[in-house]
Design a protein around this ligand. Structure first.
Ligand code: P6P
Length: 335
């Protein structure tokens, strides 16, 4: 007799990946293996996060990453774990990571994929036990097989993504990803060491009443954004801001809403990074019926010039994103 847990859970991730691979007549299994490599690394990070307080691996390491941001111990652990899993998995030839400057050459020069990853986004929240996440994008390399990865392999616009996803280390740990055929969410069951399909075919609501933004920078926001935020307050929308991008994105995906990180006086081009934060979430937003822009153009159509370039980010329910853009454009025309 199957126990209640087993009876209630959805398809295990491994079986789901295998089933989907069989639907691609020419699939040769490398992408499936790459997804498994990411899922494995996330299991290990999940364990490290859950024991961080006891294992003395909270807090900073006393150095800054390439962004000039204080690196957390777990940032470094996550970066090492994902780099190792992707290198050993053999399907990734190059990696761009928030934590590292330049391209990480995995040595797998015959691999056909490259990965852009934020190994642990929002890691400064760990010390206060707030959820954090991993964000990743997968591209097909553009340089010839058999050689080291190149800058052109890594500087691809978001429309070229083969797959993208995030891991949310929250009250439960979830892996949410898309290979271009919709978005599916898997919840990790630690007692079984398996992810199970818990949120099949995730759809973003057309409209919503949640807005996520750090209003501490309000005085330096673009006038059009201030105008949009006024309409949110007039309609008594809910302000929800975790300060952890993956958590805010995930909640808005499930409930409807908009997340905004605009240009501010401190971050002229916004704080979030195009290659390993915004492109992946923009891909998932569009795959689930949502929308993602920089306030003026599709995130996925931005041609990246630098590995760590930033962009303003408006993402979520399409009606809300469109309305925010209308306010921005209205003021643009007046200026
Ligand atoms: P602020 C975390 O550092 C992060 O990259 C995102 O996860 C989060 O949404 C944002 O920055 C928070 O930035 O300026 O509001 O603290």
């Amino acid at each position: 007799m199957m126990d209640k847990l087993t009876a209630s859970v959805g398809t295990a991730l491994d079986r789901f990946i295998q089933q989907k691979q069989e639907q691609f007549p020419y699939a040769t299994g490398e992408l499936s293996q790459l997804l498994r490599d990411i899922a494995l690394a996330a299991k290990i990070i999940n364990r490290e996060i859950n024991r961080a307080g006891l294992a003395g691996i909270e807090g900073g390491v006393g150095s800054d990453n390439v962004q000039g941001e204080a690196q957390q111990k777990l940032d470094m652990i996550a970066d090492i774990r994902f780099t190792r899993a992707l290198s050993k998995g053999g399907e990734t030839c190059g990696i761009i990571s928030e934590e590292i400057d330049g391209i990480i050459d995995t040595g797998n020069h015959h691999a056909k994929y490259v990965v852009a990853i934020d190994p642990l986004d929002g890691s400064s929240n760990i010390d206060v036990n707030v959820l954090v996440g991993t964000i990743f994008s997968i591209y097909r390399r553009r340089s010839p097989i058999g050689r080291p990865p190149t800058k052109e392999d890594m500087l691809q616009q978001g429309t070229e993504q083969i797959a993208a996803g995030y891991v949310l280390y929250g009250s439960s740990t979830m892996l949410v990803y898309s290979t271009g055929y919709g978005v599916n969410g898997f919840t990790y069951e630690p007692s079984l060491g398996e992810y199970f399909l818990s949120h099949p075919n995730m759809k973003c609501k057309e409209d919503g009443s949640i807005y996520s933004i750090n209003e501490g920078g309000y005085n330096t926001f673009p006038e059009g954004l201030k105008s949009y935020l006024s309409t949110c307050k007039e309609r008594e929308f809910s302000a929800r801001y975790i300060g952890s991008l993956v958590g805010d994105f995930h909640r808005n995906l499930l409930k409807g809403g908009i997340y905004i990180y605009p240009s501010t006086s401190k971050y002229k081009k916004g704080k979030l990074r195009l290659l390993y934060e915004c492109n992946a979430l923009a891909f998932l937003a569009e795959q689930s019926g949502g929308m993602a822009t920089d306030g003026y153009q599709r995130i996925l159509e931005i041609k990246p010039e630098h590995f760590h370039e930033r962009t303003p980010f408006y993402v979520g329910s399409p009606k809300m994103v469109k309305e925010a853009m209308e306010h921005l454009n209205e003021y643009e025309e007046e200026e």
